[in-house]
Design a binder for this molecule. Structure first.
Ligand SMILES: [Zn+2]
Ligand SMILES: [Zn+2]
Length: 344
């Protein structure tokens, strides 16, 4: 079986890998579609992010879907031939946070393609994956696998939306219109937001944000004062999704958030930020983090399967695994790419 293995920054190789053995509750899946995520790109470009560093070769990838080939003796959830989206998170199920209903904070989380622990958790840009049956979520025949592979990033944004509280009737700002920001636009629209404004520093993602339902999409590089009109009366927005990881964007967002509004920080700058804390205090702004997802993965599959959320405008190109380096170079170019996927 072939897999996309990162060895060091800009050293991504297609290599043979062993197919792991199967246990009674495992399923063997022929992976067909794999979306390249921001974290995959960080490993490819920089060998990691923040304090997380690549210390050994690692198969990348965690946004995946495929076809069930074989199931263990005790598997009841899926059968061979089923098409599935794969949930890449494997919480332990018995730590303090798993038992408290917050498995995204599991103390012993194993998440595909992550160098957070040693040995690294190998990822899923591989032809064959063996996973526990609970990770395999069946999808209807009408849902193409490339759309099913959006379940993971969509789950991230659904979880983020819950941090913001009900969005029905709300005015929403999304700063940073890459794949996560764009999905946040789709989720805010679906959740009944009255107004959705998106920002970015490049034109290409803004054009997509407009296409998928942003009422206004503003280039804050071309016009640093683009958000000024929203500062009136202590700020216009009830909720902000900060998906750029930029301290400048977050500080700007605080100026246009209304008193009592909520800012959900999705983007990771990988470092530290300086914030106008006086504004946070005086406007009673709630600044919230959001980390991964749990039950939202099944919701994401549902919204994709029913067409309630249409991610097709986000898919830039599907590139064969043999051209993985070209796929990563394309994904890193925001003038050309929103979401690039590998076909495996
Ligand atoms: Zn991802
Ligand atoms: Zn746990």
């Amino acid at each position: 079986m072939k897999a996309a293995v990162i060895h060091a920054p800009l050293d991504l190789r297609i290599e043979d890998a062993d197919i792991p053995a199967m246990g009674p509750y495992d399923v063997r899946v022929r992976i067909r579609a794999g979306g390249i995520c921001g974290s995959d790109l960080h490993y490819y470009l920089h060998g990691g992010f923040g304090t997380v560093r690549l210390k050994q070769p690692m198969i990348l990838g965690h946004e995946i879907a495929g076809e069930v080939m074989e199931v263990g003796a005790q598997v009841s959830r899926v059968q061979p031939g089923d098409r599935v989206a794969i949930n890449p998170s494997q919480p332990c199920g018995h730590c303090r946070f798993c038992l408290d209903g917050k498995p995204n904070h599991c103390l012993d989380m194993r998440f595909y393609g992550s160098a957070m622990r040693m040995p690294h958790v190998q990822g899923a840009f591989r032809e064959v994956l063996v996973c526990n049956e609970v990770q395999a979520v069946p999808i209807p025949a009408a849902l193409p696998l490339e759309k099913a592979a959006f379940a993971e990033p969509l789950a991230v944004c659904l979880h983020a939306a819950r941090q913001a509280g009900p969005l029905l009737g709300q005015r929403v700002l999304v700063t940073g219109s890459g794949p996560i920001g764009a999905l946040a636009v789709l989720v805010a629209r679906q959740a009944g937001a009255r107004e959705v404004v998106a920002t970015d520093i490049m034109e290409a993602p803004l054009a997509i944000a407009r296409r998928i339902g942003a009422d206004i999409a503003l280039n804050t590089a071309g016009d640093p004062e683009a958000l000024t009109r929203f500062k009136a009366d202590k700020g216009r927005f009830d909720a902000v999704f900060e998906a750029s990881g930029s301290g400048v964007a977050l500080a700007g967002a605080m100026e246009v958030t209304r008193p009592g509004g909520t800012i959900v920080q999705l983007g990771l700058a990988g470092g530290e930020m300086t914030l106008p804390i006086n504004m946070l205090v005086a406007k009673e702004i709630a600044l919230r983090g959001t980390f991964r997802f749990h039950e939202e993965f099944a919701w994401a599959v549902h919204f994709l399967a029913t067409g309630t959320i249409d991610v097709s405008p986000l898919l830039t190109e599907i590139v064969p695994l043999s051209e993985a380096v070209r796929a990563f170079e394309l994904a890193a170019d925001r003038t050309r790419a929103m979401k690039v996927q590998l076909s495996l």
